[in-house]
Design a protein around this ligand. Sequence first.
Ligand code: LTH
Length: 365
Amino acid sequence: MTTTPPPRRRRAVVAASLATVIAATAAGCGSGSDGSAGGGDKPFIALSNGFIGNGWRQTMIAKFEEAANQAQKDGLIGKYKVVNAPGENSATEQVAQIKSLLVQKPDALLIDPASPTALKPVIEQACNQGVKVVVFDSAIDAPCAHVLLNSFKDWATAAAEPLIDGIGGTGTVIVSRGVVGSQPEAEMYQTTKDILAKHPGVEVAATVNGMCDGAKAQKAVLGVLSSVPKVDGVIGCGDGYGVAQAFSTAGKPVPAVTFETNGRALNYWKENKIDNGSVAVMSDPGQSVAALWEAIDLLDGKDIPKELTFPIMLVEQKDRDTWAAVLKPDEYAAWPWTQELFRKQVEASKNGSEPVTPPIPSAAN
Ligand code: LTH
């Protein structure tokens, strides 16, 4: 059933009184932020993130907040709210949080989902309530939502192929999986297995769950190192700095890895002059900012394709030092999507032309 949303002004009043109740009930149920100043007739944008347990997600949220703050100052939005589900990518927790957000009547809801299927009913509820839903960083089984994502196949391919070439197409590897349960991870793991099947000379000695997080991958890899033979490479999700620490701790030579796209890992790669097939590739945490621009344009009635694929974050060796110079140790490389660049990328998607390549930010930005 489709219900007509009430006018924004009335919704703002209802939201204000309910917000107090929700804030109280939400206490202790995950982290979040609230750009609550302003409001009026300008849109209220909410973001629900299904997992906050790695640095990529933390950068993704930080970039969103930075852009949403600026959009609020520029009068493009009235207010925004971010809610991060606690725990290890639990769809149940995220559904509960989205239900609470919907009571606050956002105009648009951005979702980085914990599951490609379990959120379908609550997304339908949001759409029926008149909320514009933009799911990002994942495919989703919810036809009423708009989807903005990166190619997880490209990401997994860019992580595995140079590494396999770097070890000469033969040897022993460990596979460090990402955020298990999420759609990106499922697609990436399948891609990794497909690539490995084409390289019979490469043997998988162990598969661990690194959750796209250096510290978690370090622990997981350390846990198997005593029971595996010499390892030539670790195909990962962007956790190579942590993986390298695990090998060093175990007194073993550091193999080829998939580095995080953050300042710490890029500087480690640079300073140690590593040239063994190691790469730095992840998806783009700036997707959350692109999703914000998408929500604003959808609320403005603009025609946007139901699915948009934005470029991944592959830090090639030629650009490594430029990125390394501008990123803090725990900050992940993110494409700086402005509203203008977002619109250009939408046009590129519509025309099937080359994707937009935003500039690498400079230290002055
Ligand atoms: O879940 C994660 O943090 C993974 O890095 C992906 O979501 C990023 O695409």
